[in-house]
Design a protein around this ligand. Structure first.
Ligand code: PPS
Ligand code: MG
Ligand code: MG
Ligand code: MG
Length: 392
């Protein structure tokens, strides 16, 4: 009896000692898994985002070819079209199918469509018609939206207030709507933020050359043929930036892109908005002059500017504030910033702060944008501060 008791006590004590000795190993293991978590690959998110942007871009091209683009003027006097609403519906539907718990910050909302049923039906006709040729890919996106009512509800699912925590997608269904209407540059934009950091970005640019080596050309409108045009840019944080042709068929493999090495800043090509109301052409010209740049600026609409400098077709993108009160929207920059960063660039505001996507639907803590290859960013920023008189 006492022998048995002693044996049991001994077993208990040795188990306890063993358990205690394992604690440091377990702690190390927990720390290790903690370290592994942030290096998530986001490959699936990128794949869905590429397909969703591809499908939405197909819709926008079809809308461009119709004479009735259903343009409305929003409360800030900016335009929105059948293309913007339709692209937003298709992208949100794909995201909800694949990532139902994620939040969405999208540019458009559907209140006008609840009263304007003619416009609603025009959008519905395009949304119903738009399918990826690749049936498996179409299935991956959840297939068609089942009814017009559901389409209107889906458009309204992009009202998240954004912020610093969790997974938040941000959508600009057509960035550069004015460019789109003119037959100039526009971009279908989608990015994933995790805890306020951009992890994945995709830009679909139907009117940019497929050829990554084509020199940047001003493209404010007209003369459009689809020949040789259409590019999809993408990036995952820490994994580089890619481009591939934007077609109606299966996705091609992505090719790595990189910014051009600028050895002489005076030879840099810089691009800016078409609309003088969106960024100050005067200040931008003064900065270019300070840097000794004699090439004329290349004016183009939308985040096609970020994609173009990321693949070295241009070098600098300056967006200098015209108003003290305007706050840049996160959907106008998120995808472009991760693509430029991953291609070897650096993007800050005019004070040199990184763009902070954790502040809600707008970049409330930033003013303007200075995007340049890493090596020359400091030099460009110094000229920006000089011209604007921003304190270092
Ligand atoms: N006042 C002001 N200041 C700065 N930015 C503004 C302003 N007003 C609008 N917007 C946003 O500009 C987006 C268009 O992008 P760009 O300026 O690059 O293109 S453009 O050349 O001016 O068309 C445009 O995006 P879309 O509405 O998606 O086209 C707007 O979100
Ligand atoms: Mg708009
Ligand atoms: Mg926009
Ligand atoms: Mg837009």
């Amino acid at each position: 009896m006492s022998y048995k008791l002693t044996l049991r006590t001994l077993t208990l004590v040795s188990t306890l000692i063993l358990a205690l000795s394992l604690i440091p190993t377990l702690r190390r293991l927990t720390l290790l898994t903690h370290h592994i978590a942030p290096t998530m690959t986001y490959t699936r998110e990128q794949q869905i985002a590429l397909l969703a942007v591809q499908r939405a871009a197909i819709l926008t091209k079809a809308v461009y070819k119709t004479s009735a683009k259903g343009t409305l003027s929003k409360s800030d006097a900016s335009p929105v079209t059948v293309g913007d609403f339709g692209a937003q519906a298709l992208i949100i539907s794909a995201l909800k199918h694949n990532f139902p718990d994620d939040e969405i910050v999208a540019e458009e909302e559907a209140s006008d469509l609840r009263s304007n049923t003619a416009l609603r039906d025009q959008i519905w006709a395009h949304v119903q018609e738009t399918r990826l040729q690749d049936e498996d890919a179409e299935k991956e996106l959840g297939g068609p939206i089942p009814s017009v009512e559901r389409m209107v509800d889906v458009i309204d699912m992009g009202g998240s207030k954004g912020g610093a925590s969790g997974r938040i997608w941000t959508i600009d269904p057509i960035d550069g709507t004015k460019g789109f209407l003119r037959g100039g540059q526009y971009a279908v934009c989608l990015a994933l933020l995790v805890d306020g950091q951009v992890k994945v970005g995709v830009l679909g640019c139907p009117n940019l050359p497929v050829d990554d080596t084509a020199r940047l050309e001003a493209s404010i409108g007209q003369d459009q043929t689809d020949e040789g045009k259409g590019v999809l840019f993408s990036a995952i944080e820490g994994q580089g930036a890619l481009s591939r042709p934007l077609t109606d068929g299966p996705l091609a493999d992505g090719k790595k892109i990189a910014m051009r090495g600028v050895t002489d800043i005076a030879k840099a090509i810089f691009c800016e908005s078409v609309e003088a109301g969106h960024s100050s052409h005067g200040d931008q010209a003064a900065i270019a002059k300070k840097l000794g740049i004699t090439n004329a600026s290349v004016r183009m609409d939308s985040q096609a500017k970020y994609g173009s400098i990321a693949r070295g077709a241009g070098d600098l993108y300056l967006r200098l504030p015209v108003s003290q009160t305007y706050q840049e929207k996160i959907w106008d920059h998120a995808a472009g910033v991760v693509i430029v960063n991953e291609a070897g660039g650096k993007v800050t505001d005019v004070a040199g702060k990184p763009l902070d996507f954790s502040k809600g639907r707008t970049l409330a803590d930033n003013k303007g944008v200075v995007a340049a290859p890493k090596d020359v960013h400091e030099q460009v920023l110094a000229a920006v501060k000089d011209v604007l008189g921003v304190k270092a």
